[in-house]
Design a protein around this ligand. Structure first.
Ligand code: EPS
Length: 381
C-alpha cells in the first residue's frame, strides 16, 4: 500500500513529505517533480508569496542513482520565506510576534484554536495553509512516474472561475498545451481573458474567488478499485483525496450532479464490442461499481474562494469577544489554476495506489509480469 505524510508550517523552515510503499526498480526524474511544483506556483491571481518561493524538491532517501530502492522516500521543499520568519516561527525560540486574534470566516482559525487550545490563531493557520499542497504535489509527481511505463497519464484544467466557463473542446489535440500556456489553465483564450478580468475585479474589491477544476486520467486499465467492500471503491478514494485538499467543497465524477436530473438512457454509457469492450460516451467518468472501467477517469472539484479577504469580513476578537474585522494575511485573490495541479497530484496518488494494489509486487519486474498476465486475460474475456 502506498501512503504519504506531510509535515511543515507555511512559514516554517521547510515542507517534508514521506512516501511509503514505493516498489523498487522504478526510474524517477527529479526534474519532472520540479516541473509540477513550478506548475503549482503559476496562475493569474496569486499573491506575493509566489514571488518569494521557487519550489524545488530535494530527495533525501529511498532513491539511488535515480532508481527507487523499495524503502520510504523522503523529500523536502525549502520555504524561502523562512528567513523572514525565523524569529517568529523558530522551533526553539519564538518572539510571539504577528499573533492572530481575529479569526477569518471560512478558515480553520476559530475552530482550530478552540480544538487545540491555541490562543494565537497563527498556530492554526500555519499548518492549515494551502502551502502544504506543495508537498502533496511533489508526492503525486513522484508516484505518477511509477505508472508512466504502463501508459497512464494525468492532465488537469480549470473548468470555470466564478461564473466564467471554458467551453473549448477538451479532445482537441493541442488542448492541454494551450491549458499549460494559459494563465488560468483554460483552453479558450477569449474565456481566459474574461476570467482574468473577473479576477481583477474581485481583487480590486478586496475579495477572492473560487472555481471548478477537472482532472482526467488516461490509460487506466479496467478493474482498479473494487465493488466488494465500501472502502475499496476507487471513486470513494478519489472523492476523499479531492475533499482533503484545502478549500474544496464539492467533488463529482463524470456527469456527477447532472446525472440526478436526467433519466437512465441519458446517463448510462452503452456498451459495444470493437476489438474489445468500448463505450461511445463516458458519463460515468471512467468508474462503474467503484472500479475503473477502462475509459478515462474524469473528476471535478469545486474550490471555494480563499477565506482571506483584503476587504475583511466581520468577526470577533478571541480576547474581548467584541466585533472586529477579520485578520488579513497575505493571500491569493484566485488560486484555482494552482488547485487544478494539486487535485491532479492527489488523484494521481490514489490511482497509482489502486494500480499497485491490483498489480502489487516489491519490484518493477513482478508488477510488469502481473500487469501483462492480467491484460492478456481480460483481452480474451
Ligand atoms: C501558499 C502559500 C501561502 C498563501 C496561500 C498558499 O503563503 P503566505 O501565507 O505566506 O502568503 O499564499 O495559502 C493561503 C492563502 C491559505 O489560506 O491557505 C502556497 O504555497 O500555495
Amino acid at each position: 500500500m502506498l501512503r504519504y505524510f506531510t509535515a511543515g508550517e507555511t512559514h516554517g523552515k521547510c515542507l517534508t513529505v514521506i512516501i511509503d510503499g514505493v516498489p523498487a526498480g522504478f526510474e524517477i526524474s527529479l526534474e519532472r517533480i520540479n516541473e509540477e511544483l513550478a506548475e503549482r506556483q503559476k496562475g493569474y491571481g496569486r499573491g506575493g508569496r509566489m514571488l518569494i518561493e521557487k519550489d524545488k524538491a530535494e530527495i533525501l532517501s529511498g532513491i539511488r542513482g535515480g532508481v527507487t530502492l523499495g524503502g520510504p522516500i523522503a523529500m523536502r521543499i525549502e520555504n524561502r520565506d523562512w528567513k523572514n520568519w525565523e524569529e517568529i516561527m523558530g522551533t526553539e525560540e519564538s518572539n510571539g510576534e504577528k499573533r492572530v486574534e481575529f479569526p477569518r470566516p471560512g478558515h480553520a482559525d476559530l475552530t482550530g484554536g478552540m480544538k487545540y487550545d491555541h490562543r494565537d490563531l497563527r498556530n492554526v493557520l500555519e499548518r492549515a495553509s494551502a502551502r502544504e499542497t506543495a508537498a502533496r504535489v511533489a508526492a503525486g509527481a513522484l508516484v505518477r512516474q511509477l505508472v508512466q511505463p504502463f501508459g497512464i497519464e494525468f492532465r488537469s484544467r480549470v473548468v470555470s472561475i466564478g461564473d466564467i466557463s471554458d467551453r473549448a473542446d477538451v479532445n482537441a489535440p493541442d488542448f492541454y498545451d494551450r491549458v499549460r500556456n494559459s494563465p488560468v489553465r483554460f483552453g479558450d483564450e477569449k474565456a481566459a481573458e474574461a476570467a482574468m478580468r473577473y479576477i481583477d475585479k474581485v481583487k480590486a474589491a478586496g475579495e477572492s474567488c473560487g472555481g471548478v477544476v477537472e482532472v482526467t486520467a488516461y490509460g487506466v486499465p479496467a478493474g482498479l478499485g473494487s465493488y466488494v467492500q465500501y472502502d475499496r471503491k476507487l471513486d470513494a478514494k478519489l472523492a476523499f483525496a479531492a475533499m482533503s485538499v484545502q478549500a474544496i467543497k464539492g467533488v463529482e465524477i463524470g456527469m456527477g450532479f447532472e446525472a440526478a436530473e436526467l433519466s437512465g438512457s441519458k446517463v448510462h454509457d452503452e456498451i459495444f464490442y470493437k476489438d474489445g469492450y468500448v463505450r461511445d460516451t463516458n458519463h460515468a467518468g471512467g468508474i462503474e461499481g467503484g472500479m475503473s472501467n477502462g475509459e478515462p477517469i474524469i473528476l471535478r472539484a469545486a474550490m471555494k474562494p480563499i477565506p482571506t479577504q483584503y476587504n475583511p469580513l466581520r468577526t470577533v476578537s478571541i480576547d474581548d469577544k467584541r466585533p472586529h474585522a477579520a485578520s488579513v494575511e497575505r493571500s491569493d485573490a484566485c488560486a484555482v489554476p494552482a488547485c487544478a495541479v494539486v487535485i491532479e497530484a492527489v488523484t494521481a496518488f490514489e490511482i497509482v495506489n489502486a494500480f499497485l494494489e491490483k498489480f502489487g509486487g516489491d519490484c518493477l519486474a513482478d508488477i510488469e509480469a502481473s500487469y501483462k498476465s492480467y491484460m492478456n486475460r481480460i483481452k480474451e474475456f
